[in-house]
Design a protein around this ligand. Structure first.
Ligand SMILES: Nc1ncnc2c1ncn2[C@@H]1O[C@H](COP(=O)(O)OP(=O)(O)OP(=O)(O)O)[C@@H](O)[C@H]1O
Length: 235
């Protein structure tokens, strides 16, 4: 996917991206301060917002193959199971009930298939939206802070699923997170947002450990990330 001369004003804020490439089959991390434009870009890619100028080249990717999960997941007034299978049902695909049960069990939600999704805790609702995204097998998945509220065991489980799915299906992931260790554990490429612009975009190692860009160095200053931990992540 290519983002070209994109400009979008929302209220007082302007997102302006001259050129950004989102390579297929990679896990991309979007980082940057609050209100720097990360979610706005995801909404533009998803088609929830349309650009004022410029465009996004989807390069053969169909809008129906893209999905997005957000920090406050949108769940239907229905059971956990019906929420998970909804994207499959509207596309006429048969859900794998056993797999869904296994996902729920692995993240501490065994037996909750028939519970009303909106009666779940906020972390459980995020898990449902992650499982919905995983079961749908999209080619392009955007995760907006969805793992931020989860317990460490569940974060580990979903991180493994993201890596595994990318390995098997070769799909593209875009993650927004304020946890730099999470970004370092998962991402191949990192894009840093600052006041509506992308100030650096490149391989995760280069951006997270060796950036010379002042805004990026400033943003990363508080985080103690170990490059050796980054080296060991795929062991
Ligand atoms: N509908 C709107 N009306 C006015 N301003 C908006 C609207 N939607 C977004 N904004 C503004 O756009 C800016 C960028 O928001 P965005 O959600 O893209 O930031 P973000 O980088 O995802 O932030 P965070 O890390 O806090 O989630 C913010 O300053 C926000 O207040």
């Amino acid at each position: 996917m290519k983002i070209i001369n994109l400009e979008k004003r929302v209220g007082q804020f302007v997102l302006q991206i001259d050129h950004l490439e989102i390579e297929e089959g990679c896990i991309h991390g979007l980082i940057g301060g609050n209100g720097s434009g990360k979610t706005t870009l995801m909404k533009l890619i998803m088609g929830i917002l349309s650009p004022d100028s410029g465009h996004i080249e989807y390069e053969g990717l169909n809008m129906r193959e893209i999905t997005m999960t957000s920090q406050r997941p949108y769940l239907l007034h229905d059971t956990v199971y019906e929420n998970i299978v909804y994207p499959l049902k509207i596309r006429g695909t048969r859900p794998d009930r056993e797999k869904i049960g296994a996902y729920l069990e692995s993240c501490g939600m065994a037996g909750k298939e028939r519970q009303a999704a909106r009666s779940l805790s906020s972390g459980e609702q995020q898990k449902v939206s992650m499982i919905r995204a995983l079961c749908f097998h999209p080619r392009f998945v955007m995760i907006d802070e969805t793992l931020s509220n989860l317990d460490p065991d569940s974060v580990e489980f979903f991180e493994k699923q993201i890596l595994r799915t990318r390995e098997i299906e070769g799909n593209t992931w875009m993650l927004i997170s304020h946890s730099l260790s999470h970004i370092a554990r998962l991402c191949d490429r990192v894009h840093v947002f600052y006041k509506g612009k992308v100030v650096q975009s490149g391989p995760a190692r280069e951006v997270l450990f060796h950036s010379e860009v002042p805004e990026v160095r400033h943003f990363l200053r508080g985080e103690i990330l170990s490059e050796s931990a980054f080296d060991r992540r795929n062991e």
